[in-house]
Design a protein around this ligand. Structure first.
Ligand SMILES: [Ca+2]
Ligand SMILES: [Ca+2]
Ligand SMILES: [Zn+2]
Length: 435
């Protein structure tokens, strides 16, 4: 399909769009549009100056914090804005998304081990965790997920419906106070039925009435879309915390294939990079040879493992220590990000990831209800790796061997349990009733 450049507000919108290949991220386009809409208004670049100044002064503090066990918890509210049932995504996908965010920001992602040796000492436990808020702005209990049906003619794509998902008058949903919540909207940003972008974030230091992250609904959660692992949200929350793209965004609006090595993400341990990665895992990419002071005479390859590049989800493994320091710069200088560290919005305890309502997988439990033993049947192409039983409140009560035929629940109290069956195809959760 040929490239279609979309004209908007008198300038070429920065994501010159190849319509059969949705752009990963519209955060920088959003930033430019915000500045255009409100010239002279509060601006990310001012917030960034403050963050960089903080970072310079507090290097030692950052070192001392490492491994200290201190974490910041950020309560999240998901606004699910939908026009049909597919867009009204299941709670379990959102729970799974929170889990992915926590794995990546705490460096607990299983694929960290795939980070190349030249980079593997640079990965940071960012010491930030996310949870679904347990209190709404009025102080009433909430699941941290709010749902709103939008009229069928509502327009949420960034070209014809810029930030509309945040505006009730345009069919969107109002944000919750951004000093207490990370607001994440999910919606369909397609244009004429074609996906144009996976997500975008508003950078720190901008208009507080539109703060937050927007995700294309079918990229939410770990197994929502083949080939994607929920890392669109990780990338966007990285922007929301102040990170720039690793290549410094100087390829936008010009020739995406050009090599531009003079811009920066203001992080010294991420090597200079020319253009963005092209949603691939090209380990031989080395687009800039003159690196920053951090790398001395070394000429490291492009860090395609970084969450702030445009690599494929499966080869993303890290935020660096330098990116962590930059994030803490914003967390200690930007008014909204400073306030959210002591949010009183509380946290829900996540239940296990429940997939069975979404994907019909021919895995059966019998007998169910069960008084003594149960068996699991599954198709031959599934390999069962782990079987864990949780109470309906999410407390782990049993782990069963994946190699046994019968699993005993004899001594357990009667009631509803959730059986998490980890397979080579993903996690499947089944309800089990003990009688
Ligand atoms: Ca860099
Ligand atoms: Ca290089
Ligand atoms: Zn981005």
């Amino acid at each position: 399909m040929k490239k279609i450049y979309l004209l908007f507000a008198g300038f070429f919108i920065s994501f010159a769009q190849v319509l059969d290949n949705p752009e990963r991220c519209f955060a920088v386009g959003h930033l430019r549009q915000m500045i255009l809409n409100n010239p002279g208004g509060k601006n990310f670049y001012d917030a960034e100056k403050m963050a960089i100044a903080w970072e310079m002064k507090h290097r030692q503090e950052m070192d001392a914090m490492r491994g200290s066990g201190h974490t910041i918890t950020i309560p999240v509210v998901f606004h699910v804005v939908y026009k049909n049932s597919a867009q009204n995504i299941h709670d379990s996908l959102i729970h799974s998304q929170i889990k992915v965010l926590n794995e990546c920001f705490r460096k607990q992602n299983a694929n960290y081990a795939n980070t190349r040796p030249i980079f593997d000492s640079l990965g940071a436990d960012v010491q930030i965790e996310f949870c679904l808020a347990s209190k709404d702005p009025q102080g009433n209990p909430t699941s941290g997920i709010v749902r709103k049906q939008a009229p069928s003619n509502a327009q949420f794509n960034p070209i014809l419906g810029f930030d509309n998902v945040k505006k009730p008058s345009k069919g969107g949903d109002t944000l919750w106070p951004p000093d207490q919540y990370l607001n994440i909207w999910t919606c369909d940003m397609s244009l004429f039925g074609v996906e144009v972008v996976l997500g975008y974030a508003q950078f720190p230091g901008m208009n507080s009435s539109t703060d937050g992250v927007v995700l294309q609904y079918n990229y939410v959660g770990k197994y929502s879309k083949p080939g994607f692992l929920g890392r669109t949200a990780v990338h966007e929350v990285g922007h929301w915390l102040g990170l720039r793209h690793i290549w410094g965004d100087d390829d936008i609006g010009t020739n995406p294939q050009s090599t531009y090595c003079d811009s920066t993400d203001y992080v010294d341990d991420t090597p200079n990079q020319g253009p963005r990665s092209n949603s691939n895992c090209n380990f031989s990419a080395n687009t800039c040879t003159a690196e920053s002071a951090f790398w001395g005479n070394l000429n490291p390859p492009d860090m395609i493992e970084n969450y702030m590049d445009y690599s494929r989800d499966s080869c993303m493994t890290l935020f660096t220590k330098g990116q962590k320091a930059r994030i803490y710069g914003f967390l200690n200088t930007d008014p909204l990000r400073m306030a959210i560290k002591t949010s009183s919005a509380g946290c829900n305890t996540l239940q296990s990831v429940i997939n069975e309502e979404i994907i019909s997988i021919p895995i059966n439990i019998f007998p169910n209800p069960s008084g003594h033993n149960f068996q699991i049947t599954f198709p031959g192409h599934f390999i069962i790796q782990e079987i864990i039983l949780f109470t309906s409140e999410g407390k782990k009560v049993r782990q069963f061997s994946p190699f046994s035929t019968f699993h005993s629940v004899e001594e357990l109290p009667e009631g509803l349990y959730l059986l998490n069956i980890k397979t080579n195809k993903g996690l499947i959760v089944k309800k089990l009733v003990k009688v």
